[in-house]
Ligand binder design. Structure first.
Ligand SMILES: [Fe+2]
Length: 286
């Protein structure tokens, strides 16, 4: 029998089994993971004490806490860029269509139906009213008619309605249907930036590393259209101070600028008392 050494242990672990006969894909993933984990331990010369800190940390991550009844493994994979790499790999072949993005934990099925142009939430005193004109087309530029478009976002202060008791149910959530020309309008506010929940082990890690926990201002979209796979994405606002340092690394090219309107007659015509913003966006479905 060969003695186990630092040199041969990785091979020994990978070859301990049927070599992938039962499950080739699992064996491929497992072998690579073992290779990289062992290399990492050797590279940083990980001590047994540090390994135990790591084990305890993973244990804490999996425990339910006030913000995450299932533990924080998902949040941690977001903050490590792991969730985003999976999206980038899946979306890699996509060059000409709107980029996809993660759904996040705050999508709630059964969103209320809204009419084109409807205001989808309460406008707070400090909020910036925003009117978005959307169009949905396919790869050939043909309007996608009758698509169901789910929209969800936080309010101007960065809170989703489920996060604050005083907010009305379905505040800034809604399902729109595209018209015969593939269009629909939404009256909303520019969403606030918000931090991911930081009370648990993920927050403690970000703090120890000097990282902020903010997500750049964004609106979530999920489009259900006949002949297309369900499509999920996020629209980011260039005006957010976190647009280049989003804590889950999911800001790519789907970034928008808004146009400010300060003309008094225009403001009055919109039934408002303060300047507002507009934005046009055309989704190209894969
Ligand atoms: Fe979000």
């Amino acid at each position: 029998m060969t003695a186990i050494t630092l040199k041969n242990i990785t091979k020994a672990v990978i070859n301990h089994g049927d070599g992938g006969k039962r499950n080739p894909r699992l064996h491929e993933i497992y072998s690579s993971l073992i290779k990289h984990l062992h290399a990492f331990q050797k590279e940083v010369n990980l001590t047994t004490e540090e390994l135990e800190i790591g084990r305890q940390f993973l244990f804490k991550l999996a425990q339910p806490n006030q913000d995450f009844p299932m533990g924080e493994i998902h949040l941690m994979s977001d903050c490590l860029g792991i969730s985003e790499i999976a999206v980038l790999l899946e979306d890699a072949a996509n060059k000409k269509t709107t980029e996809m993005n993660v759904e996040g934990p705050l999508y709630i099925p059964g969103l209320p139906k809204r009419k084109s142009g409807e205001l989808i939430g309460e406008i707070g005193k400090k909020d910036n009213p925003l009117f978005i004109h959307h169009k949905v087309v396919d790869k050939n530029g043909k309007p996608v008619v009758g698509a169901k478009v789910d929209i969800w976002q936080p309010n101007g202060e960065g809170y989703y309605f489920v996060q604050r008791e005083h907010l009305p149910e379905w505040n800034f959530y809604g399902r729109f249907t595209t018209s015969k020309t593939g269009e629909f309008d939404v009256a909303t506010v520019i969403p606030g930036d918000y931090p991911v929940p930081l009370a648990g082990p993920t927050g403690s890690m970000l703090h120890q590393l000097g990282r902020h926990g903010y997500r750049a201002a964004h609106i979530h979209y999920k489009i259900h259209a006949k002949g297309h796979d369900e499509f999920t994405t996020m629209m980011y606002f260039n005006r957010s101070p976190y647009v280049d340092s989003d804590t889950i690394f999911s800001v790519k090219d789907f970034r928008v600028d808004v146009t400010e309107h300060t003309d008094k007659a225009e403001i009055k015509a919109r039934g408002l008392k303060k300047p507002f913003f507009t934005l046009d966006y055309t989704f190209v479905l894969p």
